[in-house]
Design a protein around this ligand. Structure first.
Ligand code: GDP
Ligand code: IMO
Ligand code: MG
Length: 430
């Protein structure tokens, strides 16, 4: 099993690359996260954004799996499915959902909003999709799983957990209908009606003990690609806690999120933008809160695929990438979006952090959320030209080749895939 995951704070371009690589695989599997993800694909002049459905779904002759490590919102899922069915895709044949995936309930979404509101200016910047409350119930051993919807006592189980959630919402003094901070109007009763309708649709799909499915694929020598969501620096253990998501976005999450033993892991593809972005709160040492950051955001179209929020932008951060590579055992780097830098006279890369006491480090300090870290930069000359119709790495302008070579040398991992537009076709592979 190969694993593709983001090395930064998410939105590295995972969707594009999974769709590009999918024909080489028999199974594409999501292993964590949920509708907080937004994975964008561009082909045949059309843009598609997937939230819970794996990014291999548009390719024929392969299976897509939503693994046990995922938290699934049936309502959002049903909308995604209807859009794909309207395009003529046969999802009965292409998609399987793990019976052990956890369900996101309407009250999880309200609890997410209530918890964020209570944090005031210390809010995480959650996507408000109910991710954290759903994972809390999973770890608290009170969650509902996809397989539960086939049991006769599902409604009872739902009522029980809802009762607990209502008590918490009352503690937060959070109304059961109103408007969320993102402008979304909500009404718990209407949300529940949609939820139970979506559950009926979910029952019509293939629900499986997916750990057996994945392992039987591997046993037969079939190829599996695990598709990460979010990024390594949002990992619940290793990200800038508490400004993280609620799952292990790193490589171990693929093993627990699919039921695959570590010894079955082959290549680990670490995907990075040629610069950095982050959406939501939390430390971002190389952030550019100036016109250069604004230029990156504008040219890179850095607005969230799930929430539409402006993404914070900054230079590439080697200490952060080294950390992510160490945690994941990355074997190949995929570099995305260098085309966004085409018109920059100068481009910087952060090589070290300077701590408040003046010491230089290449490590992510524990105190990262509490202290101001000064990035130490190396400056590169821009390549100042468009990137079009490239046939191979040999066609890259010398200044860009030098930029990539420096990244490879510093990180000690080769860049084997290079993407230079949102389109499927504009991708080079070594
Ligand atoms: P994901 O969450 O990792 O799948 O990434 P997103 O889809 O949230 O964000 C990546 C954005 O960059 C999307 O709008 C993609 O269409 C776009 N994109 C991907 N690769 C490239 C690239 O090489 N160049 C440019 N300019 N855009 C890209
Ligand atoms: P993809 O898969 C970028 C961020 C949120 C917030 C924090 C916690 O598209 O790369 P959550 O809703 O998970 O409780 O939010 O994590 N976040 C993402 N940022 N890309 C994502 O997914 C993200 N999923 C969550 O903005 O800061
Ligand atoms: Mg995204």
């Amino acid at each position: 099993m190969d694993i593709l995951l983001g090395l930064q704070w998410g939105d590295e371009g995972k969707g594009k690359v999974v769709d590009f690589l999918a024909p080489k695989y028999d199974l594409i599997a999501r292993f964590q996260g949920g509708p907080n993800a937004g994975h964008t694909l561009h082909f045949e002049n059309t843009k598609h954004v997937l939230h819970q459905i794996p990014s291999g779904i548009f390719r024929e002759k392969l299976l897509n799996l939503i693994g046990n490590g995922v938290v699934l919102d049936p309502v959002i899922f049903n909308k995604e499915i209807l859009a794909l069915v309207n395009m003529g895709l046969d999802l009965q044949k292409r998609l399987v959902v793990s019976k052990k995936a956890q369900l996101i309930l309407p009250t999880h979404r309200l609890l997410d909003a209530a918890s964020e509101k209570a944090k005031g200016d210390k809010k995480i910047g959650s996507t408000l999709k109910g991710i954290s409350p759903a994972y809390q119930d999973k770890i608290g051993r009170t969650g509902l799983r996809v397989g539960d919807i086939l049991q006769t006592d599902f409604a009872d189980k739902y009522a029980k957990i809802k009762e607990k959630h209502l008590a918490w919402l009352s503690f937060y003094q959070f109304p059961l209908q109103g408007t969320l901070s993102n402008g979304m109007n909500y009404d718990l009763e209407a949300m529940e009606t949609d939820f139970f309708a979506a559950i009926e649709s979910l029952k019509k799909l293939t629900l499986a003990d997916s750990e057996y499915l994945v392992n039987s694929y591997l046993q037969q020598g079939k190829k599996v690609l695990a598709e990460g969501a979010q990024g390594s620096l949002l990992d619940i253990d290793f990200g800038s806690y508490p400004f993280v998501t609620s799952s292990n976005t790193t490589v171990a999450g693929a093993c627990t999120g699919l039921g695959v033993a570590p010894k079955k892991v082959g290549e680990v593809f670490g995907i990075l933008k040629a610069y950095s972005t982050r959406v939501g709160g939390g430390p971002f040492p190389t952030e550019l809160a100036d016109e250069t950051g604004e230029k990156l955001r504008k040219i890179g179209n850095e607005f969230g695929a799930t929430t539409g929020r402006a993404r914070r932008c900054g230079w590439l951060d080697l200490p952060a990438l080294k950390y992510a590579i160490m945690l994941n055992g990355v074997t190949q780097l995929f570099m995305m979006k260098a085309d966004v830098l085409n018109s920059f006279e100068e481009i910087k890369i952060c090589t070290h952090y300077k701590l408040p006491d003046g010491t230089l480090t290449e490590q992510m300090p524990f105190e990262i959320t509490d202290v101001v870290i000064e990035p130490v930069y190396k400056t590169f000359k821009g390549w100042n030209c468009d990137l079009q119709n490239l046939k191979s790495f040999a066609d890259l302008p010398p200044a860009l080749a030098a930029y990539i070579a420096f990244v490879e040398e510093s990180l000690d991992v080769p860049v084997t895939l290079f993407s230079y537009s949102p389109n499927r076709a504009d991708t080079l592979m070594k």
